[in-house]
Design a protein around this ligand. Sequence first.
Ligand SMILES: [Zn+2]
Length: 407
Amino acid sequence: MNEVAPAYVKLVLAVGQHDKDYVDAFYGPAEWKSEAETRQRPLEAIASDAEALISRLERLPQPSDEMGQLRRSYLTRQLQALSARVAMLRGKKLSFDEESRALYDAVAPVNTEEHFRGVREELDRALPGAGGAASLVERYEAWRKDFTIPKGKVDGVFQAAIAECRDRTMRHMSLPPGERFTVEYVTGKSWSGYNWYQGSYRSLIQVNTDLPITMDRAIDLACHEGYPGHHVYNALLEKNLVRERDWVEYSVYPLFSPQSLIAEGSANFGIEMAFPGRERVEYEKASLYPLARLDPSRAEEFDRVREIVGRLAYAGNEAARRYLNGEIDAASAAKWLAEYALYPRDRAAQRVRFFDQYRSYVINYNLGKDLVRRYVESRGGTPDNPPKRWEEFEKLLSSPRLPSQLM
Ligand SMILES: [Zn+2]
């Protein structure tokens, strides 16, 4: 496997020459990257090399320890996903579910409009303005304005949230020495936040300021992109697998691969890890609302609605599935997002651009979160046992586990 691993990394870098979003992070030998740039290997050659590496892995004797076994199945599955992405780049058309299975080792459940309608009714009762002329999403949009962080306060609120998330994570985990990240504000992106892991336990986190930023984004972003989310996940992989075991395959992160389901799922579940139960709203009310100069007496109201809207997360998958399967056009997908996932108009349009760019990647956020939760809790990491919960969470972040192995 020590011979297959570098070959795998080089193949990922070669695909990156054809697909600008593919290589999300790389901190292995710099000459491998320049080699990929110089050689510009054709997709056909990459595809046959991937097949050869997969059969080479299949012929290896079964490793005797669990970590070795996980390593082999992980490498095999990552290579299969690479083959699928290469086939897509060469023009192969896959349905939404075929694509998510091929790339992320998982298929999202199908939910009907009926399922989301019940949640919409609950929201209808929670928001002001029932019975008027405005649609539910218009009422939601108008109501959210009161919870928008003023532009000049955004960075201060984010920095406070990040410090709090870091502190809460460090009570349960020891992080690699010198880990840190920087925050940058950007515009013109299809996402709202992004973690670019740079190696040496550092990340660059970008926050998109195209759209108004509401109060919930502070904790979401600080946990998801930072602690105990992407930044911690990447730093633990670097420390435990790349440095301690010399598993070079983890120095590259191909975005369209099963690793993304674990990454996004653990980053989203990380919010609940850091702020179990009512701790989130209590912290926001006591600290972030005053910092943002927003009315803390409305924190509970905002939190209740946030929780209801959160249950519509899977509605986004349905919009993406229909849109990418060619059943509906971009305008109808945006309409579906507004109606069932409660995306305000501007955010719905941004989300459809995300579908265009990242496609079935959307399942990694909601299905990923549910799979990570189920995995941690099935191993005894239930909410009433925080030490075990953190122990299982940390173990998952430090091992090469595949989405299908979480079930
Ligand atoms: Zn993410």
